[in-house]
Ligand binder design. Structure first.
Ligand code: PA5
Ligand code: NI
Length: 182
């Protein structure tokens, strides 16, 4: 089959399901919980959306999706995806499409950060939890390609974190330990 990939628009055609994550869906993930609560009460903005291809998420298939993270910060922490671990530890590929972002990875011990710009391939090896972060002032979009049976374990990140957090600092960014007090 052929799937049309529009780099500028961040769309797939034909498309499968689309997922929209609002601020209220990111409970327990931003360090500054008061700022998170305020943002939820103050319009509960869309933080990111995920458009899937029509390829099913089942074993042996190879689905794709495009994630677009809006620009913003909550309590100084850049807007980001929830982050997850693949329960059966399968690898994954991301391809930067537009905007400036980063790929944060954590294996329970070590942390890695990959700057993601249009044309960058970020590789997530088996067993590394991962989160994407928009560190720019425009929407950040990337294509993900992953084994259909990979699954998404979100509780792993709630329990173990992602090693580090990414904060806006002056015109750039700063990393802090995930569980450090502010
Ligand atoms: O499979 C992936 O890693 C991505 O497609 C993510 O699911 C997507 O970026 C959204 O992130 P999360 O699943 O952590 O909410
Ligand atoms: Ni993944």
């Amino acid at each position: 089959m052929s799937i049309r990939f529009d780099q500028a628009a961040g769309t797939l055609s034909p498309a499968g399901p689309t997922l929209t994550r609002r601020m209220s869906d990111l409970e327990g993930l931003f360090r500054d919980q008061n700022s998170w609560r305020t943002a939820v009460a103050d319009g509960d903005p869309i933080v990111y959306s995920v458009v899937s291809s029509p390829v099913p998420e089942i074993d042996r298939e190879l689905p794709q999706s495009i994630t677009t993270i809006h620009p913003g910060t909550t309590g100084g922490e850049f807007w980001m995806t929830k982050g997850h671990q693949h329960p059966n530890h399968q690898g994954e590929i991301y391809l930067g499409m537009s905007g400036n972002g980063g790929l944060l990875m954590f294996d329970g011990k070590d942390t890695r950060w990959v700057d993601m710009a249009p044309g960058t391939i970020g590789y997530i090896p088996p067993g590394w939890a991962h989160r994407s972060v928009n560190v720019g002032s425009e929407p950040y979009s990337f294509l993900a390609v992953y084994p259909g049976g990979a699954g998404h374990d979100y509780s792993w990140v709630l329990e173990n974190g992602l090693g580090q957090r990414v904060w806006r600092q002056d015109d750039g960014l700063a990393f802090v330990d995930y569980f450090a007090e502010v």
